[in-house]
Design a protein around this ligand. Structure first.
Ligand SMILES: CC(C)(COP(=O)(O)OP(=O)(O)OC[C@H]1O[C@@H](n2cnc3c(N)ncnc32)[C@H](O)[C@@H]1OP(=O)(O)O)[C@@H](O)C(=O)NCCC(=O)NCCS
Length: 183
């Protein structure tokens, strides 16, 4: 199928719920015609649930592994975000992701200095990226392999996340620090 530039339609569907499909978009999901969702040649699935919204200039790219990308009901991915499939990205319901965030659930192997990095493949998975329901991720964040964002947490603009973040906590910066709790 190659690269898909999807029209901003609410009636678009790639046979949602059919496990045979590589790109699986619910008919009630809203996908900008300027979003670029690339088809996997290695079997990664990209699943977008009902009422999810994928804004313009979002790129979802199968690369660095055969994980799936699942975007849950009512979740919003704003302009300029890039999601690599890598070891997989699971996004729950009603997650708000601000502009220009990068989801990189994979790391190159690079230890052997006698070989080029591009020849060394990837290091073992740290579990991919898991984002539970009701999370807010501010603009310009980078989310790395092994990140688990527990229910209801907040990540401040410009943060880097690489491990587990407690439910309902507010976290900022790089290195990430916990500054507050939602009450
Ligand atoms: C995380 C955030 C929600 C916290 O807001 P807040 O509750 O008003 O927090 P405060 O401004 O009181 O800051 C609390 C502490 O965190 C620090 N901090 C807040 N946001 C930060 C950020 N993005 N990066 C680094 N440090 C940050 C403050 O310096 C302060 O530190 P201190 O107590 O040591 O002085 C907010 O700062 C933020 O980053 N929002 C994201 C906005 C965004 O991306 N919007 C996109 C459209 S949806």
């Amino acid at each position: 199928m190659g690269v898909l530039l999807l029209p901003f339609l609410t009636c678009l569907s790639f046979n949602y719920g059919d496990s045979e499909n590589v790109i699986d978009i619910h008919p009630n999901a809203k996908i900008s015609k300027w979003a670029d969702i690339e088809d996997s040649v290695r079997g990664s699935r990209i699943v977008i649930a009902a009422f999810a919204c994928i804004d313009s200039f979002v790129k979802i790219k199968p690369a660095g592994g055969t994980g799936d990308v699942v975007i849950g009901e009512g979740s919003v991915v704003n302009s300029g975000c890039v999601l690599y499939t890598g070891n997989g990205i699971q996004i729950g319901k009603d997650v708000a992701i601000a502009s220009n965030c990068t989801f990189a659930p994979v790391n190159h192997a690079y230890q052997d200095k006698k070989r080029r990095i591009c020849e060394q493949g990837f290091i073992p998975s740290k579990g991919g990226i898991v984002i539970e329901d009701d999370v807010w991720i501010g603009a310009n964040c980078v989310i790395l392999d092994g990140a688990i964002l527990r229910k209801g947490c907040v990540i401040g603009a410009g943060s880097v996340v690489r491990s587990e973040v407690p439910a309902y906590s507010v976290n900022v910066g790089n290195p990430l620090r916990l500054v507050e709790w939602r009450k």
